[in-house]
Write a protein that binds this ligand. Structure first.
Ligand code: F6R
Length: 269
């Protein structure tokens, strides 16, 4: 596991953007796994900026988002489809037909939607780089504590803590869904590379449990310990509970000349 502790949220977004652009340079037709939430917005802004400056093209990529609320139509501003259009897709040269969100209407069978989503990822050739955030309860996607670590795309009922965390995004009159379709932990672990971004002290305990805690369904992000190419990019505040924080800082400075000479082991071949 690679743990990069950056100065602040802006530096986290910058490193995330570098990682995405390196992939695009190497593989313009990459398949990317994307996430919503507050954390990736700064990353998406940097990608938009690079696109506007002619430094990045998304024309050939395919994307799969991690999750979507059940019963949220694409035109609902609270849907994750709307979020992605607003925060990224409408501002870059991506082909909308190549962007996927696991949308599931109230009358749709979430089991069938989940299976079809898994098939679509596989037909696209699998995900090259999956971007993740982390919930304060350690969830990735909407894989809530005690979900199976072998889970696939399916319906999940959100925990009270997730509903409370996300209530900041809904006005009093708006309906806040409690059901979602999410890629599973097994689906996420199949990505060739994963990177988790976390910023802020409110994520520090979840980040500690994910990186240093026991591999446990209680902290779903701890499953990333089993991934060969998992990179955590976190700011100082999110790193503040790590026992091995100094080791990770030291390892990164030791690694720099080795990466310059031989490339990064975590990069895709
Ligand atoms: C969103 C998602 C979630 C978020 C997590 C952190 O698509 O999959 O796992 O990444 O809840 O959200 P923020 O970044 O809003 O703290």
């Amino acid at each position: 596991m690679e743990v990069i502790i950056a100065k602040d949220a802006d530096a986290v977004a910058e490193l995330g953007a570098q990682l995405v652009c390196e992939l695009l340079n190497k593989k313009p037709e990459a398949v990317m796994g994307l996430t919503t939430g507050s954390t990736p917005i700064a990353l998406y802004q940097k990608l938009i900026q690079r696109h506007q400056q002619g430094e990045a093209s998304f024309r050939a990529i395919t994307t799969f988002n991690l999750d979507e609320y059940i019963g949220m139509t694409a035109d609902n501003p609270q849907s994750y489809r709307s979020f992605m259009n607003r925060e990224l897709f409408d501002q870059i040269d991506i082909l909308k037909a190549n962007t996927h969100v696991p949308s599931c209407g109230l009358e749709d069978n979430p089991r069938a939607i989940g299976a079809a989503y898994e098939r679509a990822i596989s037909v696209a050739g699998g995900i090259d780089l999956q971007i993740l955030g982390i919930g304060s309860n350690g969830h990735i996607g909407f894989n809530e504590p005690c979900s199976s670590l072998s889970s696939r795309t399916r319906m999940k009922i959100l925990t009270e803590s997730t509903v409370n965390d996300n209530s900041r995004l809904f006005s009093a009159e708006e309906f806040q869904p409690h059901l979602a379709v999410t890629m599973g932990i097994a689906s996420i672990l199949e990505s060739r590379r994963v990177t988790l971004l976390a910023t802020g002290a409110h994520k520090a305990e979840a980040v500690r449990d994910a990186i240093e805690g026991p591999l446990s369904a209680r902290c779903q992000a701890s499953a990333l310990q089993m991934h060969e190419r998992a990179t955590f990019i976190i700011d100082e505040a999110a790193a503040s509970c790590l026992e091995y924080g100094d080791y990770f800082r030291w390892a990164n400075s030791e690694n720099t000349p080795i990466i310059e000479k031989f490339g990064n082991f975590y990069e895709l071949d």
